[in-house]
Design a protein around this ligand. Structure first.
Ligand code: CO
Length: 174
């Protein structure tokens, strides 16, 4: 377990399709722990995907409970391998930041309710229903596994906002 450096855009690993993980062993559990450790060590970070640690594998960690005002109905720490989107409904435009795109925030349209499934680090299948900010964060992490960043999701340049300074406490990145 270790806090690892976060890869910044532009980088090839952030633009590729991450590979399926399949059966989980020691290296995969270590990756899960590194995702969690790095996420909790990074101010404002509510989610992190494996490509952001330079690993082209389908895995992410997420925890929106660390927010100053945690959204209702959240699931606390979620770590999933080979996550898949099962269902997505609703639509909402809102601001997003990303650890790997430190110089910009973007207004991104996302579904407001999602159902996903995946495998937990201890090898159990998990189905998760999420709404609102947590659903948005999940879609952001799933995008990372398909080489998509917030910059790829904006509808126009009017939806991209330069960040004058790095994130501080109370801002939420993933
Ligand atoms: Co991100």
């Amino acid at each position: 377990m270790a806090v690892r450096p976060v890869v910044n855009y532009p980088a090839r690993v952030l633009k590729g399709i991450a590979g399926p993980v399949g059966s989980l062993g020691g290296p995969e559990r270590a990756l899960a722990q590194d995702l969690v450790d790095t996420m909790y060590d990074s101010p404002g970070c509510v989610g992190l995907a494996a490509p952001q640690l330079g690993v082209a594998s389908r895995a992410f960690a997420l925890d929106v409970s660390v927010m100053k005002r945690p959204p209702d109905g959240h699931h606390g720490l979620v770590v999933l391998f080979d996550p898949e989107l099962v269902l997505a409904t609703g639509s909402e435009l809102a601001r997003e930041g990303c650890m790997s795109v430190p110089d910009y925030t973007c207004d991104v349209r996302r579904s407001t309710e999602v159902v996903i499934r995946g495998t937990t680090p201890d090898g159990h299948a998990r189905v998760l229903e999420a709404v609102g900010f947590e659903a948005r964060a999940i879609q952001h992490e799933l995008d990372h596994l398909d080489g998509l960043l917030v910059l790829d999701r904006v509808a126009s340049r009017q939806d991209v906002f330069p960040r004058k300074r790095r994130a501080k406490k109370g801002e939420h990145l993933r």
